[in-house]
Ligand binder design. Structure first.
Ligand SMILES: *Cc1c(COP(=O)(O)O)cnc(C)c1O
Length: 382
């Protein structure tokens, strides 16, 4: 099997796994315990928090560990909106967001009546400064715009958007779950108040994430109980996973240049070759402002799910965009938001590269794809 789905998840880096192992058995203590075993675990969590803070360029008490990227998004949106429910109320986000943001926004509107406004995106799925400027009003609490899109790879101009938010006294959240593997996540360069991360998108374990919360940002606690995570998120710390998360993020930051140099030329080759060899194919997402490991396309009159099954049978693991949408016959909301008609939008394909991708993998994929697309098209026309 050739794995070309690194945006869905990544394998745990061996160095990360080695750091995690002692905390399952030898140093298994509860960080809240007074005794030495507990203190050792607490020191590991403290060290992990400092490691994360060093990458984000923030204070360690601004880092809140969560159980995943989705939980970090939920804490940001629910926490901020509920903390401000008596004053301002509008929530701004985009239809191109991950469901952890968009569905949370919809639920907040339904359940608590916070008015929700969808920000316009351009044909590349980008939220522009103009679209945010147009949407802000003096009754807005929070704007949430993802750093890089998981389905189409587009990178949003976060620092420019955050500046607009700041000038209008609006909180700004960014979902950086997909971005952290390849982009600079320094929160002061970005100017964000809240930022979500998830471990398994950058060679850390699944089931652990973090939310950056700028000092002074009011959030309603997410899980109540023990006072863990500065009383914002109760629950005994998942020590090995927190240690793994921090090490994986540290490695992503220190090895960023090499990792980009590894994937980007192969990504460019895929984009050039697919558009040249496959009729009725289009790139989705921004042609330049996109994640360096990310290639995504739509093919006219192709059932994307069928194509994925055929690719799987041929030995290639790819995706139609979002890992959560398999078996859904409706076109992706992200692709639809770009303005594509149904006959194009149903035929989406995402190829995402990573540490173990080789030029041979890419060649073998590019050799197989055109005939599979052609076959899928014939079946569609029957
Ligand atoms: C994967 C992903 C999430 C969800 O993260 P989990 O840790 O899987 O819950 C959120 N946002 C984006 C952009 C993602 O790619």
């Amino acid at each position: 099997m050739i794995y070309l789905d690194y945006a869905a998840t990544t394998p745990v880096d061996e160095r990360v796994l080695a750091k995690m192992m002692p905390y399952f058995r030898d140093s298994f203590g509860n960080p809240s315990s007074i005794h030495r075993l507990g203190q050792k675990a607490e020191a590991a969590v403290d060290e992990a928090r400092e490691k994360v803070a060093a990458v984000l360029g923030c204070r360690s008490d601004e880092v809140i560990f969560t159980s995943c990227g989705s939980e970090a998004d939920n804490l940001a949106l629910r926490g901020a909106m509920m903390a401000h429910k008596d004053s301002t109320k509008w929530l701004l986000t985009a239809k191109t967001e991950h469901h952890a943001v968009s569905k949370t926004a919809i639920q907040l509107e339904k359940e608590y009546g916070f008015p929700l406004e969808w920000l316009d995106v351009n044909e590349h799925g980008m939220v522009t400064v103009e679209s945010l400027k147009k949407a802000v009003c003096n009754n807005t609490t929070l704007a949430s715009v993802m750093y890089a899109n998981n389905e189409i790879g587009t990178i949003n101009p976060i620092s420019d958007l955050a500046q607009i938010a700041k000038a209008n006294h609006i909180l700004f959240h960014t979902d950086a779950v997909q971005a952290a593997a390849y982009l600079d996540v320094n929160v002061n360069k970005l100017g964000v108040d809240l930022m979500s991360l998830g471990g398994h998108k950058f060679y850390g374990p699944k089931g652990v994430g973090a939310l950056y919360v700028r000092k002074g940002t009011k959030l309603m606690p997410h899980l109540t109980g023990g006072g863990q995570e500065f009383s914002l998120r109760a629950g005994t710390h998942n020590v090995p996973y927190i240690v793994g998360f921090a090490e994986a993020l540290h490695l992503a930051a220190t090895e960023r240049v090499e990792r980009i140099a590894h994937v980007q030329p192969m990504r460019d080759h895929i984009i050039g070759s697919v558009l040249e060899t496959i009729p009725d194919s289009k790139l989705t997402g921004h042609p330049e402002q996109r994640l360096p490991n990310h290639a995504s396309f739509i093919f006219k009159d192709v059932d994307g799910n069928l194509l994925l099954q055929m690719l799987d049978a041929a030995g290639f693991a790819c995706s139609s965009g979002s890992a959560c949408k398999t078996g859904n016959p409706e076109p992706s909301e992200v692709i639809t938001a770009l303005g594509h008609s149904r006959e194009w939008a149903l035929g989406s394909l995402r190829i995402t590269l990573g540490a173990d991708t080789t030029a041979e993998h890419v060649e073998s994929f590019l050799k197989s794809l055109p005939s599979l697309v052609e076959k899928a098209r014939l079946i569609n026309h029957r």
